[in-house]
Design a binder for this molecule. Structure first.
Ligand SMILES: Cc1cc2nc3c(=O)[nH]c(=O)nc-3n(C[C@H](O)[C@H](O)[C@H](O)COP(=O)(O)O)c2cc1C
Length: 144
């Protein structure tokens, strides 16, 4: 999804309970159950905005769509969001993810430490992408 598109990719869903591992790892994630019939982007790590209609807030986010191969979670595709700027509990909220850019493929890491290093780098990259002209255009679309 590298090219700035006039209508950004958007995915809506409800925040549900995940394996509960993220908080212990230092990056709590909101696990999204996509709305029925939703078009889920292909597995990868993405930068994007998380919009909360319930509060009107729009949060900076890094998104993982994949099977969590490092933890051998099985074949189910998880949609997980790390919000950079809030630790609010989002359980039960209906939210929308607005994708800004694809960052990398999902990797099966040999250790949790390697995953943590990659997540830190992803968040740094995501911050820059959110602040880019394209990131700001997508945010304007969220607010319109
Ligand atoms: C920015 C980011 C990048 C991630 N990258 C990977 C990855 O490359 N490989 C992987 O197995 N899991 C990856 N994950 C998913 C984590 O394994 C998952 O969020 C963690 O195990 C917590 O899962 P839980 O919320 O269901 O407890 C990533 C998660 C985030 C937020």
């Amino acid at each position: 999804m590298p090219d700035p598109s006039p209508s950004p990719t958007r995915l809506s869903g409800t925040v549900v309970h995940g394996a509960g591992r993220g908080r212990g790892l230092g990056f709590p994630t909101a696990n999204i159950s996509p709305d029925p019939g939703a078009d889920v982007p292909p597995p990868a790590i993405y930068s994007g905005w998380l919009a909360r209609p319930a509060t009107g807030a729009v949060h900076r986010a890094t998104i993982s769509i994949g099977t969590n191969p490092t933890f051998e979670d099985g074949p189910r595709i998880h949609t997980e969001v790390y919000c950079h700027d809030t630790s609010d509990d989002l359980y039960g909220e209906h939210v929308a993810l607005w994708f800004v850019a694809r960052i990398r493929d999902t990797i099966r890491f040999a250790s949790v430490d390697e995953l943590l290093l990659a997540v830190k780098a992803d968040v740094r990259r995501s911050e820059a992408l959110l602040d880019s002209a394209h990131g700001c255009r997508v945010r304007a679309a969220v607010l319109s």
